[in-house]
Design a protein around this ligand. Structure first.
Ligand SMILES: Cc1cc2nc3c(=O)[nH]c(=O)nc-3n(C[C@H](O)[C@H](O)[C@H](O)COP(=O)(O)O)c2cc1C
Length: 254
């Protein structure tokens, strides 16, 4: 029986919910509804309790600590390229920037594009590195190529120059803030990828690769490459990090 069909039951909607008036037959129904409601509420409370427990188990700090430099990366990634691209973009969008400059621009490389990128890096390294140390450099590049994708972090120099003109008082600061903004975006993406269960490491083959990469991937002339974050499945975990003594790094006045 549909509740609203019963002549003994009136349902009155108000702003905070529904007021229910029951007749004799309605009591039986109330009992039934009561059981349903109790069951649902119990489930709801249980769900909330689990959520609270989850929150206790994984704090934001835990999420931050999950991010490490992972150098042995693989392609065993079960997230779609579309999902990963959106995740990376959303991480960058979430970042603050000086005067809301939004000067960080990124290029996401996956599949063939990722391999093409690391081939270009290898060729540049071959030209620049003395033959006797190239083998080591090549190994490092191959390790990156074994990953699933690479995020290139650029800073839009046009935006920075425009802000320098608009606010001459801070002209000298904008390039510094641009580096800080880029670092924040790098960290946000790196941490998001870690949260998604992926490993990553930050690389700096710029500026030697800039010209070749700009040509291959048709990068706008006013974008300046700052860092490369290579990511993929975690094929080898890293050891716990050692820290300097707290008193050497932190000062607290209260
Ligand atoms: C600004 C910056 C530049 C870095 N550059 C490189 C790099 O060029 N190559 C590399 O292998 N790791 C690089 N790293 C990674 C650091 O070596 C690493 O973060 C550090 O050893 C701490 O380890 P963790 O990332 O596991 O916490 C860089 C990290 C930062 C923050």
């Amino acid at each position: 029986m549909n509740i609203s069909d019963s002549p003994e039951i009136t349902l009155t909607s108000n702003t905070i919910g529904i007021t229910v008036h029951f007749g004799e037959h309605g009591m039986a129904l109330l009992h039934k509804i009561g059981q349903v409601l109790t069951t649902d509420l119990t489930k709801d409370l249980k769900f909330k309790k689990n959520q609270a427990e989850d929150l206790k188990q994984t704090t934001f700090i835990d999420q931050l600590k999950k991010r490490r430099s992972i150098y042995v990366l693989g392609k065993r990634v079960h997230l779609s390229q579309v999902y990963l691209a959106e995740l990376i973009q959303e991480a960058v969008r979430s970042c603050p920037s000086a005067h809301n400059s939004q000067s960080t621009c990124i290029v996401i490389l996956m599949g063939d594009a990722h391999h093409h990128f690391w081939n270009v890096v290898k060729e540049v390294q071959r030209k620049l590195t003395p033959a006797h140390i190239f083998a080591g450099a090549e190994l490092k590049v191959d390790q990156c190529s074994a990953g699933f994708g690479t995020v290139l972090f650029y800073e839009d120099q046009q935006i920075i120059q425009q802000l320098q003109k608009k606010i001459p008082f801070d002209a000298a600061e904008f390039p510094v803030w641009s580096e800080q903004v880029s670092g924040m975006a790098q960290y946000a993406v790196w941490t998001c990828l870690a949260d998604a269960g992926l490993g990553a490491s930050l690389q700096h083959y710029n500026p030697s690769i800039d010209a070749d990469i700009s040509k291959v991937f048709e990068i706008p002339k006013h974008w300046l490459l700052r860092a490369q974050l290579v990511f993929g499945s975690i094929e080898e975990k890293v050891d716990e990090k050692e820290h300097y003594k707290d008193e050497e790094r932190f000062m607290i006045y209260a």
